[in-house]
Design a protein around this ligand. Sequence first.
Ligand SMILES: CC(C)(COP(=O)(O)OP(=O)(O)OC[C@H]1O[C@@H](n2cnc3c(N)ncnc32)[C@H](O)[C@@H]1OP(=O)(O)O)[C@@H](O)C(=O)NCCC(=O)NCCS
Length: 162
Amino acid sequence: MDSVTLRGVMDDDLPLFFEWNSDEASVQMAAFTSADPSDRAVFDAHWARTRSDPRVVIATILHDGQPVGSVLTFPDFGSPEVSYWIDRAHWGKGIASRALALFLKQVDVRPMFGRAASDNVGSIRVLERNGFREIGRETNFADGRGAETEETIFVLDGHSTE
Ligand SMILES: CC(C)(COP(=O)(O)OP(=O)(O)OC[C@H]1O[C@@H](n2cnc3c(N)ncnc32)[C@H](O)[C@@H]1OP(=O)(O)O)[C@@H](O)C(=O)NCCC(=O)NCCS
């Protein structure tokens, strides 16, 4: 049985995060990214801010001991929101679903919010499998697509479903 585990982010993870976060197919899917995910300076500044923010909790996702993604929670207008990203080479193995379940055990603040482009079927499944329910939709400009894009907003109440 393959394993999915979480650990703290290490400096050596950042070149991997940059590679995955600038993958064109992934950016199209996520939609709500920076305007130019291939700009390393913008990426470095963003991650330096993120890692030094005490309100942010971040973990590196390991699959059979190897880094394959990241999961984090950050305050979005004061409410905690969760986000995750998996190396495209490892999609479809249930990694995001299992990683989010582990993360939600570590970070038990509720309500926890989540958002996904309404056509990001994989991300929506990951949220729903972890007990999130839809509470609304809104259309915003998505820098990763350069286009107005509908987002679905989710919430997880109570305690983890696992
Ligand atoms: C979305 C993402 C995190 C999914 O990761 P993953 O490890 O492949 O997800 P899982 O394997 O846990 O899949 C969860 C479910 O979604 C389905 N799924 C995953 N990718 C899918 C896709 N592209 N199209 C349709 N269904 C998909 C799986 O079949 C699974 O369904 P099931 O529960 O019925 O078996 C990954 O594709 C990714 O990192 N994308 C780019 C970044 C991104 O979009 N992040 C989320 C921002 S909101």
